[in-house]
Design a binder for this molecule. Sequence first.
Ligand code: ADP
Ligand code: MG
Length: 416
Amino acid sequence: MKLNTAALRYLTSEDWRVLAAVEQGSKNHEVVPTPLITQIAGLRGGSGVHKCISSLAKVGLIAKVKNAKWISSDDGYRLTYGGLDYLALNTHRRSNTLYSLGNQIGVGKESDIYITASSTGRQQVLKLHRLGRISFRSVKANRDYLRNRSTGSWLYLSRLAAQKEFAVMKVLWREGFAVPEPIAWSRHTVVMEFVDAFPLRMVESVPVDKVGGLYAELMDVIVRLAQRGLIHGDFNEFNILIKEEEQPSTASTSSTNDSASATPNTNITLRPILIDFPQTISTSHANAAMYFDRDVACIKRYFERRFKYTSDEEGPFFRDAVKGYEKLTREERLDVEVEASGFSRKMGRELERFVEPKLPGGNEHGRGEEGDGGEDSEDEEDEVEEVDTGLREDGEQAEDPQVDDPKLAEEVGGLS
Ligand code: ADP
Ligand code: MG
């Protein structure tokens, strides 16, 4: 689904108020009845609300749900991804995080990536999580379950994905791991630093004298993450950006035989930057060792196939990586810190059912293997029931828009 901002500048302050009311109502209602929208919006004169509702529905920000079984006399509405996009953009706009929206640079399996600019002209990335859009990574039961429960659940899970991604990136950034700087999150979106680099997948060749170093560095990242309690869970060629940093080669003695990819007299450093964290897990996860091994195997296989590089060393091994973990203080355990940041264990469990780390051989674009659903056991049904259809706000960093500003429509006009 495209992010269509065409209507953004035409929404009136009443429209925004009604849109926010539908979101608010969604917290407790899968379908928000019209009288409730009117009540939450707090606008006088029912006809005004109806006008707003119909214009929001016309541009697809809310969708009418007819014959909702639990209510006979009235129609209801639900928020769409488009409506959620607008609310999130509005929040980022109002907090001065985001000034203008540029091109779409990526379409992940379950996200859309846009270039944006801050009010100071800094380039940033806006990642909109879109769970449930294309793929269902694992469990059929979940798919049916969620299909029956309307899109509200997907909106909620997309929000969890964004919240988690932001929380993980924040601790990693602070600890000096090479990740884009996380800037803000709201609802299902994360704003982060734009990294001017291509994914490893797009790197045609690596100079022969660099390939071993790059491989070693990637393994080192996997190990350093695990030492601090985290496993990326989807450590593959799409989620590693390779920044080529050229350094003056005055004192360089290194030579290369790879004429196709190395420029004489330059010393290029290949710096990997890790992205995409909704599936990151703790090293205390029951299947942690398997996910760790999978991340390692993924890189091994990719280097063998693509760069014809095979390391002489075995491993790294999970048991070695986590050896020192028990000695860490609470503050040094990043998995603990992510939980403490507001992304609770329960939220993690809810999300994990749908954003499962992929299997080796799988990839971003659906050509790989499907998840095996191996973790889907009968006794987890109860956990499914806990999945909220509403859109919660626990710990959300950016403020929800209080749509009380008559100038709002103009302000948002800055986004184009
Ligand atoms: P998904 O969860 O859909 O795989 P990703 O976070 O992996 O989403 O992003 C998809 C693609 O968008 C990446 O492969 C990369 O090309 C691009 N991308 C994502 N984040 C950034 C960023 N901060 N800077 C530059 N490019 C990015
Ligand atoms: Mg990705």
